[in-house]
Every structure is written in structure tokens, then in C-alpha cells.
Design a protein around this ligand. Structure first.
Ligand code: PRP
Ligand code: URA
Length: 213
């Protein structure tokens, strides 16, 4: 895959270990859900190193008063792409407990692989926030590209996109279509199969999270 300034592939030993268990077809729904949350928290820690609004606060310690940098209240919104993105929300809330949540509902047409929008509800004032868009799977990139376009139409200018597993085709597509968006992927897989599934991948993330198959 080409190199992009706006793409970070984690390839971190702790995350890779968890991804190995996540991929395993024998991993239970409960364990799958927990792993998605844990990986999301680890990725959030790193991806929010830059771009977050910082303010200074006076803090009185037992010894003296100091000025301390803190994250501005109510400055981050998390937006899962339904359904599978829902599995990542708790993982973000571990670090940003008061982040408001927007929802974008997209499903892939199984024949064309094109995303179809069926739901969108975003917090009032989202255009002024740092938006963390989340979806475990970045396959053709169609869903991520559409979700980002939708956020931009709503006036959002500070967007980060986070996926657990990405296919090179999808990562390239999102990176080229939205060069102003920072893209974070824990693990870059080999390719897509003829049905648009990531190889080796982990199967259908939504079905494994919610037990629908
Ligand atoms: C999956 C996944 C992404 C999308 C990725 O969702 O969670 O949203 O596919 O594929 P793409 O990069 O080719 O667009 P799906 O459409 O299966 O819906 P679901 O989450 O409701 O199962
Ligand atoms: N969506 C999934 O859930 N898995 C894939 O491999 C591709 C798209």
C-alpha cells in the first residue's frame, strides 16, 4: 500500500495479540465484544494525542496552586457507523466518559457493496467538535467515505476515523477521498474477497458483536 500522511497503522504488540483472539472463529460473542472495546480504548489513547482542544486550569494541590493542561469540556463527539461501530463506543467512553454520541446508520448492499444510509442523528453543535468516527471494519471504504461526507455536510471540519481492521483498498480510498481526515487502523489486512470481505479478516463484525448469525 502507498504511504499516506493521514494514515496511521498501529501494528502494536498489545493490539496485535488481541486481534489474534478477535479473528478466531471460536471466540465467543462476549469475548469479541470485550476485545473490540479494549482495542478501541488503546487506539483512542494514541489517536487523541493530537487535535484535542486543550485549556489550562488552575489546580490547588496540597502544596501549592499550579496551572494544568486539561481537555476542554464537551469538545469530543464519538460517532459510530451502525451497527458494528456501536461496539466501539464504550471503548471511547472509558477515556472520554462525557463524549456525546451521534449515530450514522449505513448498510452495504450485498450485490453492489455500495453503502445505503438509513439513519442519522448527530448532537447539536457537532460542527464545533472533534469528531471521532468509529467502525471496526474498513473494507471497500464506501461506508467510511459516505459517513465522512455526511459529517462534512453537517459542517464538521475536525474528523478522525478509527477502524480495527482495514483492507489496503479501503484505506487508500478513504485517505485519497478525504486527505484532511486522520485515519487510524490497528491492523492492515491482505485484500478483499469477491464478496467484499476482508481477508483474513474476522468475518462480519456486526454479526459477531450482536449474535445475528
Ligand atoms: C460493515 C462494517 C462497515 C462496512 C465496511 O457493516 O461494519 O460499516 O461493512 O464495508 P465497506 O468499507 O465496504 O463499506 P455492514 O454494512 O455489514 O452493516 P452492519 O454493521 O449493520 O453489519
Ligand atoms: N464488513 C465486515 O463486517 N467484515 C468484512 O470483512 C467486510 C465488511
Amino acid at each position: 500500500m502507498k504511504n499516506f500522511d493521514n494514515v496511521k497503522i498501529f501494528d502494536h504488540p498489545l493490539i496485535n495479540h488481541k486481534v489474534a483472539i478477535l479473528r478466531d472463529e471460536n471466540t465467543s460473542m462476549k469475548e469479541f465484544r470485550e476485545l473490540i472495546e479494549e482495542i478501541t480504548t488503546l487506539m483512542t489513547f494514541e489517536s487523541m494525542k493530537e487535535g484535542v482542544e486543550i485549556v489550562e486550569r488552575q489546580v490547588k494541590t496540597p502544596l501549592e496552586t499550579c496551572t494544568q493542561k486539561v481537555i476542554k469540556d464537551d469538545s469530543v463527539v464519538v460517532v459510530p457507523i451502525l451497527r458494528a461501530g456501536l461496539g466501539m463506543v464504550n471503548g471511547v467512553h472509558v477515556l472520554f466518559p462525557s463524549a456525546k454520541v451521534g449515530h450514522i446508520g449505513l448498510y452495504r448492499n450485498e450485490e453492489t457493496l455500495e453503502p445505503c444510509e438509513y439513519y442519522c442523528k448527530l448532537p447539536v453543535g457537532i460542527e464545533d467538535k472533534l469528531v471521532l468516527l468509529v467502525d471496526p471494519m474498513l473494507a471497500t471504504g464506501g461506508s467510511a467515505c459516505d459517513a465522512i461526507s455526511l459529517l462534512k455536510k453537517r459542517g464538521c471540519t475536525k474528523i478522525k476515523f478509527m477502524a480495527v481492521i482495514g483492507a489496503p483498498e479501503g484505506v487508500e480510498r478513504v485517505a485519497e477521498t478525504h486527505p484532511d481526515v486522520s485515519i487510524y487502523v490497528s491492523t492492515l489486512d491482505r485484500c478483499l474477497n469477491e464478496k467484499g470481505y476482508i481477508l483474513p479478516g474476522l468475518g462480519d463484525a456486526g454479526d459477531r458483536l450482536f449474535g445475528t448469525k
